[in-house]
Design a protein around this ligand. Sequence first.
Ligand code: HT7
Ligand code: ZN
Length: 890
Amino acid sequence: PVTIRRQNYLPFPYDIATVRLEFDLDPADTQVRSQLEVRRTGEGPLVLNGEDLELVSVQVDGRDWAGRYQVDGDTLTLDGLGTQARVEIVSRCRPEANSALMGLYVSNGVFFTQCEAEGFRRITWFPDRPDVMSRYSVVLRADKKRFPQLLSNGNLVKQADLADGRHEAHWEDPFPKPCYLFALVAGALTWRESRMRTRSGREVLLQVYSDPGSEGKTQYALESLERAVRWDERRFSLELDLDRFMIVAARDFNMGAMENKGLNIFNAAYVLADPESATDANFSAIEAVIGHEYFHNWTGNRVTCRDWFQLSLKEGLTVFRDQEFTADMMAQGLDAQAAASARTVKRIDDVVTLRAAQFPEDAGPMAHPIRPESYQEIGNFYTATVYEKGAEVIRMQQTLLTPAGFTRGLAEYFRRHDGQAVTCDDFVAAMESVYAQDHPGRDLSVFRRWYSQAGTPRVRVTIEHDAATRRCTVTLAQRCEPVGVERLPGAPAKQPFHIPFAIGLLDAQGRPLPLKQADGHEVRDTALLELTTEHAQWTFENIDARPVPSLLRDFSAPVIVEYDYTDHELALLMRHDGNAFARWEAGQQLATRVILAATRERQEGRPFALHRDFIEAWRSVLTAPGLDAAYRARALTLPSEKTLAEHMAKVDPVALAAVRDETLGALGRALADDWRAAVQANQTPGDYSPDPISAGKRALKNLALATLMAGRVDGATEQALGQYDTARNMTDRLSALSSLVNFGAADASARVLADFYERWQDDPLVVDKWFTLQATARGTTVQTVEGLMTHPAFSLRNPNRARSLVFQFCLNNPYGFHRADGSGYRYWASQVLALDALNPEIAARLARALDRWVRYVPELSEPMRQVLQQVRSHPGLSRNVTEIVSKALE
Ligand code: HT7
Ligand code: ZN
């Protein structure tokens, strides 16, 4: 496979000012006529990309160009062009046969496109790269009965009926864009719409399209879009620049959604919701993803990426923006204390995701900087690193500049680059211009290393206290092991990062100490230490006794902190830390310590016992006054197996999962009365609302129910069955079902599972939940999953369905997947290969399940290695999967 390198970037030697596309849509055989206005700006022939296309004709300035063009694999090369030329290409493609869901495809009888990253080349021949920006006009023609709605980017300028029952629509997008933002949708769709006035007074039309019959489920999506439009105006003074903004839900979609200019295409899972069929988590994901795609209109579309190495320019920044949007929406309308807690809850959720998905990636064979240096298949680089770590890198810039400074920096970025395709470095330069103004003599040169170096830095903290001088010295020392290609001979040595490290100090009673530095600089209770070298020291004055440090408050940098707390200190922080994030963190650290110690004991054959102090620490959180339910639920949730595994020298996933379950069960039994009280105190009678307070109550109540079930506590099964039967929203129904399936008796569990399917079999998004529950259930084996694959509702071709069963089993069922007989791994190999024949992008995501095989105990790592090798040697393997398994085996 060919490796593409960032350093080899060259500008495209032609401008393409306008693109006119005419589609004669037919599911079996679609014809595309493309007219390009081309102007030479550099050297060489015009080289266009195309994949799976049948070339019909090539003309230049109205003349047949036969003999002066060549097709070589996936490129079309045109020679002999003058300085200016009109190139016209006619080609054909087969949307119905497109199971990869890249380019033009048909889902549930509707035409959709997906062009990012390199899907436009499956629609027509074109320089398929983000730095070629053009104005598009599009004509769509199709049978009017089967495809009554014909949608594309921009404004609808003409519609007409044609002969033979066909009709056409003409669309013009006033904004130049790269081809990855092109979109069309054609089919029979229903829609919901609203009009709003932007803050400069323009009226805009907002529309959400979906399958006929689903119109009752699009209200939350439309309201979320309205909230997103308002938020971007308020927070960053960014206004919707179009007259019409459309969202369309697709049943078959490779990712979450796509930000095509004015015509966002969404996985239906992030559009459709009502209280009966969608959970609190679904509602919150809908708002977040709608926000995310809408925010791309400025961060991604108005200013786009020069090349795909810069992907985090738009993705990291837009994830940061959607995180801020969600935090603001959660805090909206609450008093100051509740608002602060709601923001902390959001921060905790984001950090949990980062630690579970990105930290392992950053330590494994696919480790890459947020701006990768090379790739074989760009589809493999839509990663937690580019997205989630990318967002952390933006957040650190906001921390260093302050929110007001960051807003000025973003305005400067748009002032410099609106309408351009730029690099991550251009973004940092705009931020740096503000940073340097506000901090004379300083710059972001060390900070830029976050873009070029991979791996999670570790920061070791040392505290020294001198009773005589009443001084406390804090030393921070950072290190970051080389990862991925950084380990290869000749790779440059790793340099220190610029780490904003927020810290507080508590006295022995847990009271915050005012932080006065030796240079006279005084802050109330949190100091932001900027570590830019391997190690550095800060001294605080007027401190009587050795304090307890509260470290990396609000997770001010994506690093791992090393500090040897005593159990007593962690318990103190859990009770008293004024920083709610650090308070949560203390509980997680204590739980991690307890579960890891018990796992070691189990491996040594000793019986499980949960220490009294830990139970009391958990009781204190469960019963402490003044904590809201959402926060309490997070603070009482044990760290996930994925996070715990990162702390083990060699991972024994079954032992770990068993000990985590036993810990949960022991907490259920020891604190049964308190959990029962939590169930009673957090009922949400009345009409369902997904607001964060109600969702928080449901989260705590359902955690309590699951914990009681895990502890096999008297009355828990009846409680769960009662909740399942009487629930008036999907959150409560599914939580009860999940507790029963995971911890209940087999007959009760089978009965409710059958009942659930019976009720919801006509709703694909709920059927996905039904498959997921079974895929992840304790007790599920490969045989169970293979049985479910023969269910009439199962199809590997639909990514949501494949994710709900196959992915969930391989990624989130430690007991079933990691069986010592290797059956889980053989199943993984068979599914990677089956998916690869249909949809390489999805197959490559499944392939990553064994990324970190070397981290497992030898009884598991060896069979993992064998199946990885088997997949790698499979003839005809896609570039996508080849890259993943080859890197895993390197
Ligand atoms: N920017 C979008 C990326 C995307 C995508 C990439 C590869 C294959 C299919 C895809 N669908 C969407 C999503 C986003 O981050 O907003
Ligand atoms: Zn995005």
